[in-house]
Design a protein. Structure first.
Length: 82
């Protein structure tokens, strides 16, 4: 599914853009080549769907420019009750 991250991030779906501005060095588009991190990121839980099951999640997102591989994002997260 094609997706333009620089168009989607400012929509702040689930508060992701707010979290990036606070906990990472990747807060501006377009992203330049380099290494980026999110450290101790905390979502505003009021922006998450209430039915999101508690547990551990892993997502691997690979980026392409046409057919050229340009990078990937690996996300590991735990959803818990506070």
């Amino acid at each position: 599914m094609p997706l333009n991250a620089c168009e989607e991030l400012p929509k702040n779906i689930f508060g992701i853009y707010d979290m990036l501005k606070t906990y990472t060095n990747a807060d501006r588009c377009p992203f330049k080549m380099g290494n980026y991190y999110i450290r101790h990121g905390v979502f505003n839980v009021s922006k998450l769907p209430p039915y999101l099951p508690r547990g551990q999640y892993k997502a691997e997102i690979k980026g392409y420019n046409n057919k050229d591989y340009v990078g990937e994002v690996n996300i590991i997260a735990t959803v818990i009750d506070l």
